[in-house]
Write a protein that binds this ligand. Structure first.
Ligand code: NAD
Ligand code: UD2
Length: 308
């Protein structure tokens, strides 16, 4: 299969690209390298093509999408904080580009479509574990754009123009997640600091919980979805992608402290909770499990693999 991966030079995208190449597919990556890196991609590989360009740019989209059998849309400004600072700029990437991509794919007959949505669409909904039908409470421009993207995708799917599936990723972690910003994924930040013996900041009391899912488990869900025969309209299939395990930050710190190669004791200082921080989050992943998928990497094994 010829597959376009937008955002393929990023954290999740680079793992997906490698897995698709391993499975024998030909991959085109469209990425502006804003957070992604060329070095995340395999070097000399005939079946890989990198188009450096903006996913909101029609010409770049046309170049990347022509001749494909499917696309996986991962390109986004993945930082919620950035969307709060610059709602207009991030909207162009996080929604306008998605609508352009769906529309162009429909016109070019590239029907098979996978879309990266986020647990952010549930906002602070306390109805745990969060099933796909739970009330959506998008609290940020990032979440609003992700949810709107799902609605646009559902439109193209219902009309029969795309054969689409949407995935709501929970807290994904693994190698190549960039720890550089204070708003980077907490596991990438904690592991980076634990490795260097640098101080770790815990926002709040550490009892807040997240559903941490290892990147390879996310990738397997996407690769399997591409291989499955398409679903027919009317309803857009939507799947949570988590591990279905609720882990507190204190439990996370304890697991990190047990890893070989980490300088113990960890130096942890407390700071007030982040404004708008979600208290508890965990996915109901029974819908994805019903397709035959199951998470294979537990927290400790995933942490060890991420630490390297
Ligand atoms: P990432 O920042 O590593 O990947 C995003 C990629 O998109 C990068 O390679 C970046 O260079 C590229 N990109 C950004 N703007 C672009 C543009 N205008 N044109 C072309 N390329 C552009 O982040 P990630 O964690 O790999 O996220 C991948 C997807 O998964 C995103 O859609 C994100 O919103 C979603 N997601 C991630 C998580 C998580 O826990 N990491 C959770 C929920 C949803
Ligand atoms: C995640 C996503 C975000 C959005 C949101 C929706 C990432 C990186 N972020 O935010 O994009 O989808 O979910 O709900 O995937 N923390 C610390 N110390 C640190 C860093 C973080 O204590 O140095 C805490 C933070 O306050 C929070 C928890 O760790 O309670 C997780 O933080 P995060 O930024 O990794 O992820 P989250 O769930 O807030």
């Amino acid at each position: 299969m010829r597959v376009l991966v937008t955002g393929g030079a990023g954290f999740i995208g680079s793992h997906l690209t490698a897995a698709l190449l391993d499975a024998g597919h030909a991959v085109t990556v469209l990425d502006d390298l804003s957070t992604g890196k060329r070095a995340n991609l395999p070097g000399a590989e005939e079946r890989l093509r990198l188009v450096v360009g903006d996913v909101a740019d029609q010409a770049a989209l046309e170049e990347a999408l022509a001749g494909q059998d499917a696309f996986v849309h991962l390109a986004a400004v993945a930082s919620v904080e950035a969307s709060v600072r610059d709602p207009v700029g991030t909207h162009r990437t996080n929604l306008e580009a998605s609508v352009r991509l769906f529309d162009l794919a429909a016109r070019l007959g590239v029907k098979r479509a996978l879309y990266a949505s986020s647990a952010a669409v549930y906002g602070d909904n306390p109805a745990l574990p969060l099933g796909e039908e739970a009330e959506k409470r998008p609290l940020t421009p990032y979440a609003a754009d992700k949810l709107a993207g799902e609605h646009y995708l559902a439109h193209f799917h219902r009309a029969g123009h795309l054969d689409a599936t949407a995935f709501r990723f929970f807290n994904v972690f693994g190698p190549r997640q960039d720890p550089a910003s204070p708003y980077s994924g907490v596991i990438s930040v904690f592991l980076d600091r634990a490795r260097r013996g640098a101080p770790i900041t815990l926002f709040g009391d550490g009892e807040q919980t997240r559903d941490f899912v290892y990147v390879q488990d996310v990738v397997r869900a996407l690769v399997a979805a591409l291989a499955r025969p398409g679903q027919t309209p009317p309803e857009l299939p939507v799947f949570n992608v988590g591990r279905g395990a609720e882990v507190s930050l204190l439990e996370l710190l304890a697991a990190i402290e047990r890893l070989p190669g980490v300088r113990t004791p960890l130096s942890v200082s407390s700071a007030p909770p982040r404004q708008g921080d979600i208290r508890r989050s965990v996915a109901d992943v029974s819908r994805l499990r019903a397709t035959g998928w199951e998470p294979r990497t537990g927290l400790e094994a995933g942490l060890a693999a991420t630490l390297g």
